[in-house]
Design a binder for this molecule. Structure first.
Ligand SMILES: NC(=O)c1ccc[n+]([C@@H]2O[C@H](COP(=O)([O-])OP(=O)(O)OC[C@H]3O[C@@H](n4cnc5c(N)ncnc54)[C@H](O)[C@@H]3O)[C@@H](O)[C@H]2O)c1
Length: 293
């Protein structure tokens, strides 16, 4: 059901590769909610992905841009303003890639050229988009800019590798630029820290299925899926959230506030006899009693 939350608004959406992409769902919802949108992705992704199909569905255009290239971003912002006939209201940064992760290189053996690429694609690109947009005065007052993050920015999760550092930087850029853009133009900048999600970028994370299962067991509301993330992005682009800025907001079913849940503990209780070092304690009995809570 649509609520016309973005009626009259115009936005630029980075990162819709295929129908699994979080940005794809955001584009569909933004269109449903009355927004006009422009889609963009890296030229290589436009060759491989299905972005044109989405553009047709959302009555949109696609402008290629490598988000690490200032020249490409300048051209993108100019063309987007030309298309809209002026300024626009929201931007979604939904971009992530680590060559170290892709090549299976572990965090204690990083290739530093790849590491710089990870930071450039996954975090500095956000700064570049903001800096170019501000210089070109591309955004309307009270606009909203979002980037997608992950809890590995705060906590260490096995296998997330140098993407964790990139997400920390991404969240920091949202705060630092949020101050500047907020005081000048009332433009808000936030990151949404999303549950693990089955997408092309997500499937690069080591053991995604196990991670998703663990995360789901730990989260009282369960993992948030891509569509639910899109709904949240729409709320953040709408006028209902005008005073939220410089925040990293968890959209993770409660995962980030949990330490241990009964559903996660259940996994261990099955093999307690084999794994438990303290055999003199009857852990099965204790686990049984936990079930009362
Ligand atoms: N999938 C998850 O588990 C998960 C969880 C939390 C946050 N996120 C974040 O959500 C965002 C979107 O990822 P997704 O899961 O939808 O996967 P996805 O693979 O569908 O999207 C990643 C996008 O980044 C684009 N991209 C890569 N290099 C680029 C470049 N140089 N210039 C422009 N675009 C480039 C890709 O083409 C792709 O469209 C990422 O920031 C990701 O880290 C994902």
């Amino acid at each position: 059901m649509a609520f016309n939350l973005l009626k009259g608004k115009k936005g630029l959406i980075f990162g819709a590769l295929n129908d699994k992409s979080i940005a794809w769902k955001v584009a569909e919802k933004a269109y449903e909610e009355g927004a006009e949108i422009v889609l963009t992705n890296a030229p290589f992704a436009l060759r491989l992905g299905d972005t044109d199909e989405l553009a047709e569905k959302c009555n949109s255009i696609v402008i290629p841009a490598d988000a690490t290239s200032i020249e490409d971003i300048e051209n993108l912002v100019d063309k987007t303003m030309e298309h809209f006939g002026g300024k626009f209201d929201f931007i979604l940064h939904s971009i992530g890639m680590s060559p170290n992760v892709r090549k299976g290189i572990t965090y204690d053996n990083l290739n530093y050229d790849y590491f710089l690429k990870t930071l450039d694609v996954s975090a500095l690109s956000f700064h570049k988009i903001l800096q170019v947009s501000r210089k070109k005065d591309a955004l309307n007052n009270w606009g909203s800019v979002l980037a997608l993050s992950y809890v590995a920015a705060q906590r260490t999760l096995y296998g997330y590798n140098d993407m964790a550092d990139a997400k920390s930087l991404l969240e920091s850029i949202a705060r630092s630029f949020g101050y500047i853009y907020g005081r000048e133009k009332k433009i808000r900048i936030n990151t949404i820290s999303q549950s693990p999600t089955q997408t092309t970028a997500g499937s690069g994370v080591m053991g995604l299925d196990q991670l998703m299962d663990f995360s789901n067991r730990m989260s009282p509301l369960g993992n948030a899926d891509a569509e639910e993330c899109a709904n949240y992005c729409i709320a953040m682009f709408s006028d209902l959230t005008k005073k939220i800025t410089m925040q990293n907001i968890f959209h993770d079913g409660g995962f980030s506030s949990m330490g241990m849940s009964r559903r996660a503990m259940d996994v261990y209780s099955k093999n307690l006899d084999e794994c438990c070092e303290f055999r003199e304690i009857d852990f099965k009995d204790i686990t049984h009693r936990f079930e009362e809570f």
